[in-house]
Ligand binder design. Structure first.
Ligand code: AMP
Length: 438
């Protein structure tokens, strides 16, 4: 049977749209209207989309599960979801939620309207002042990630996106393994997967320090921004390897003495003496105009809790090879006003319970046409809740209730004290260790 949500990538088939072309306006899981196809990879397609409820622009990365499974990338994908969920910094790309259908995993990401910084550089080098500005943002993100124990290990221009305010967003924490892209422009992307950004100690295969490797890649990025080309590059891979290994590069003549000295410290082939992220902050070229971005360290407890409770996105993705997961989704971030549960109850029973709770409180229920779910309205206009039921497996459904605006008074009381507890009572509670047998 064709997966109703399987709109993004049909394995083995020709893509339904080419890069840059408008897609057919398909609405994914009733929530995201697909707009333009932004890029196509070996495992993924990236779309620009809008949230039909809020109008928010997002980027949706659709990954073929079958291909990810075949390539042994599932553990990788799971790890990256968990990493991205931990990162809350103005210069790391946000992962809003993870959705899944029978054959696809969808990453709903912050949309970076300006695209890749790479495209800017492809048009010519950037002034030292502007490069410094981007580099401040990059280092701020890298420093934050390192402070929470996350190392990117694949920093490159292709992973640096620009938003509508011209702010930098570091993307693809590890998802880069899924990047092997067919691009319309070719050019430097053909170097993708080559060691252009790889630190010498990685080539030596002696084991390496993630922080030092990231600093090296940042050096390659800064060089490329200010020079307009990569520091280590050659037609012959063997020659490129040798250049990196020896740390052999030449500055273009326009490079200022301060930048030369800074780049030499970043691109120090010896990881022991290479500049550290904390030293970068104090470097004379770098420190000009640098302002520390204050980020609140959030406690990451939700993930452990939800794992303990049973099914979650991680489990569902891991166990999905044999399951019909049409319509399954799981929110990665916590968004105000959305309650989402997995239930083993029949959809009719769930709707019955919802109606019971609503009627007891004088809340009007309008059933959805053609779909399982309803709209609840009442409390003198202070309450609008949309309830949807989506089939997950033969035995399980996902129930989603959403109230978009902050509710007060009786509206808030109904939402917090009546509806949410009722839904939680309906939640599926697997026996310990048996989550994958549903
Ligand atoms: P990727 O798979 O990350 O290489 O992305 C493929 C194409 O989609 C590239 O041209 C990216 O610039 C673009 N892209 C990826 N993620 C986003 C995003 N969050 N916002 C805007 N464009 C993106």
């Amino acid at each position: 049977m064709r997966d109703p949500y399987d709109v993004a990538v049909e394995e083995g088939a020709a893509p339904s749209a080419t890069v840059g072309e408008a897609s057919s306006g398909v609405v994914l899981l009733g929530k995201y209207e697909l707009r333009k196809l932004l890029g196509v990879g070996a495992f993924a397609k990236v779309y620009h989309a809008t949230n039909v409820n809020t109008g928010q622009s997002v980027a949706i990365k659709a990954i073929s599960k079958r291909q990810a499974f075949r390539a042994g990338l599932v553990a990788h994908v799971e790890r990256e979801i968990s990493i991205m969920r931990r990162l809350h910094h103005p210069h790391t790309l946000k992962l809003f939620e993870v959705l899944a259908s029978k054959t696809k995993i969808y990453f709903v990401l912050e949309f970076a309207k300006g695209g890749e910084l790479f495209h800017k550089v492809a048009q010519g080098r950037i002034s030292e002042d502007l490069s410094r500005l981007y580099f401040h943002q990059l280092i701020s993100a890298v420093r934050y990630c390192h402070s929470v124990g996350v190392f990117h290990r694949d920093l490159k221009l292709d992973n640096l996106l620009i938003d509508e305010n011209m702010d930098l967003k570091v993307s693809d924490f590890g998802l880069s393994a899924l990047k092997d892209h067919i691009r319309p422009d070719g050019l430097l992307h053909t170097v993708c997967g080559t060691p252009a950004y790889v630190a010498p100690e990685m080539l030596a295969k002696k084991g390496y320090d993630g922080a030092k490797v990231d600093v090296w890649s940042c050096g390659v990025i800064l060089f490329a921004l200010t020079a307009g080309y990569l520091p280590f590059n050659d037609q012959s891979l063997a020659v490129m390897y040798r250049k990196i290994y020896r740390g052999q590069f030449r500055f273009p003549r326009w490079t200022s003495p301060e930048l030369r000295s800074f780049l030499s410290r970043l691109l120090d082939k010896n990881p022991e003496t290479r500049i550290t992220v904390d030293e970068i902050i104090r470097d004379p070229w770098f420190s000009k105009g640098y302002q520390e971005v204050r980020v609140q360290h959030k406690e990451v407890v939700g993930e452990q809790e939800s794992r303990g409770r049973g099914l979650n996105a991680f489990d569902l993705i891991s166990f999905s090879s044999g399951l019909d997961m049409s319509g399954m989704f799981m929110e990665a971030g916590v968004s105000y006003g959305v309650e989402r549960i997995v239930s083993g109850e029949k959809a009719g029973n769930i709707m019955g319970k919802v109606e019971e709770v609503a009627k007891a409180e004088g809340v009007m229920v309008t059933k959805r046409e053609n779909e399982e779910g309803a709209k609840l309205e009442g409390q003198k206009g202070n309450l609008v809740v949309v309830v949807g039921i989506y089939r997950l497996t033969d035995k399980l459904v996902v129930v989603e209730a959403e109230t978009r605006e902050r509710r007060v008074g009786n509206g808030a009381r109904f939402w917090e004290e009546k509806l949410k507890p009722e839904l939680r009572r309906l939640a599926y509670k697997p026996e310990a260790g048996k989550a994958n047998s549903v």
